[in-house]
Ligand binder design. Structure first.
Ligand SMILES: Cc1ncc(COP(=O)(O)O)c(C=O)c1O
Length: 330
């Protein structure tokens, strides 16, 4: 674990890395280590995996949702300042699907308002924003090593990365029952160790991750070139960003038909995510305050991930696209 922590810190260009049991725990521990707790508000995008909001609720704070940008599916930064109140403590941008959130704006807003910026980098290991690795830009970055991730183990795992020595020390304490001196907890922590076996596997896979990300990019380009823009909207890569295509997510007006045609041909596809976070049951009590977030709601009706894995061939991409062409869907 210590060797993996050192290697990931070097890869991302940060001083400290703290292995934990999952990406969800990385978010919970990073929030607590950054001093976020009961009575605080944390601004998060309304379209993400549930853990982004769940972690905020778990530490006793309140998620405040902002809508997403229609093209990148990341936080719409023009909406952040309107949501800041005296209770706001942190911003949690998500680099969704492998594309960086607009970190220059997010960091500027964080600095102007004295807010901690904690990046949810579960889906974007190896992505960059203006040449810098996502996860290394805010006060802390949270990684997931869930098997399907760009850097995935053979089971759960996660990591908190940061340049802040005190934050790292608090994270280390929280992952082992809140103690620094064994058996003498100073605060209530967790049992959230990264397994040594997972770390061993991840150390090997780390050597290949750049090559796999390149392969993901090439396959994504192949999809985009073949799909065109008829009936389906292909993902974008904004200037200054390096997308690592954790998922290749298209936007489809006729999503159910596209999914049915693929299923009929024996091809898997998946909706990430069918429900925006502000509509989830654990966030119902916040709905009146949140109101409607139209881009998140529209994305939940239209997004569809097509098969993408570094092990795929361009021939397989061609098969997926030809099924959609035959069905008159693209
Ligand atoms: C955006 C995002 N945040 C957080 C997580 C949580 O990571 P984990 O599944 O390792 O707990 C995930 C993983 O699914 C994710 O995609």
């Amino acid at each position: 674990v210590a060797a993996l922590e050192a290697e990931i810190a070097a890869y991302l260009g940060v001083r400290h890395a703290v292995g934990v049991a999952s990406g969800t725990d990385a978010l919970i521990i990073a929030l607590r280590a950054a001093g976020v707790g009961a009575g605080d508000e944390v601004i998060v995008p309304a379209y993400s995996f549930f853990a982004t909001a769940g972690a905020v609720l778990s530490v006793g704070a309140e998620p405040v949702f902002v809508d997403i940008d229609a093209q990148t599916y990341c936080m719409d930064t023009s909406q952040i300042e309107g949501k800041i109140t005296p209770k706001t403590r942190a911003l949690v941008p998500v680099h969704l699907y492998g594309h960086a959130a607009q970190m220059d704006r997010i960091l500027a807003i964080g600095a102007a308002h004295g807010l901690r910026v904690i990046e949810d980098n579960a889906q974007a290991f190896g992505a960059t924003f203006e040449g810098r690795k996502t996860g290394s830009l805010g006060e802390a970055g949270c990684l997931s090593f869930f098997p399907s991730k760009n850097l995935g183990g053979y089971g759960d795992g996660g990591m908190v990365v940061t340049d802040d020595g005190e934050l790292a020390q608090r994270a280390r304490m929280l992952r082992t029952h809140g103690w620094q001196r064994k058996y003498y907890p100073e605060t209530l922590g967790y049992n959230s160790r990264l397994d040594e076996l997972q770390a061993a596997i991840l150390r090997v896979k780390l050597k290949y991750v750049d090559g796999w990300n390149e392969r993901r990019r090439a396959l994504a380009q192949e999809y985009t070139r073949r799909l065109g823009e008829a009936g389906i909207t292909t993902p974008v890569e904004m200037p200054g960003c390096r997308h690592v295509y954790h998922l290749y997510v298209a936007r489809c007006e006729r999503r159910a038909q596209v999914q049915a045609a693929l299923k009929e041909a024996g091809i898997a596809s998946e909706v990430y995510y069918p429900q925006p976070l502000h509509h989830s049951a654990p966030c119902q009590h916040l709905l009146a305050r949140t109101g409607s977030l139209p881009q998140s709601e529209r994305a939940s009706r239209q997004t569809l991930a097509l098969p993408l894995d570094p092990g795929m061939t361009t021939g397989q991409i061609e098969v997926v696209v030809s099924v959609l062409q035959r069905g008159g869907l693209v």
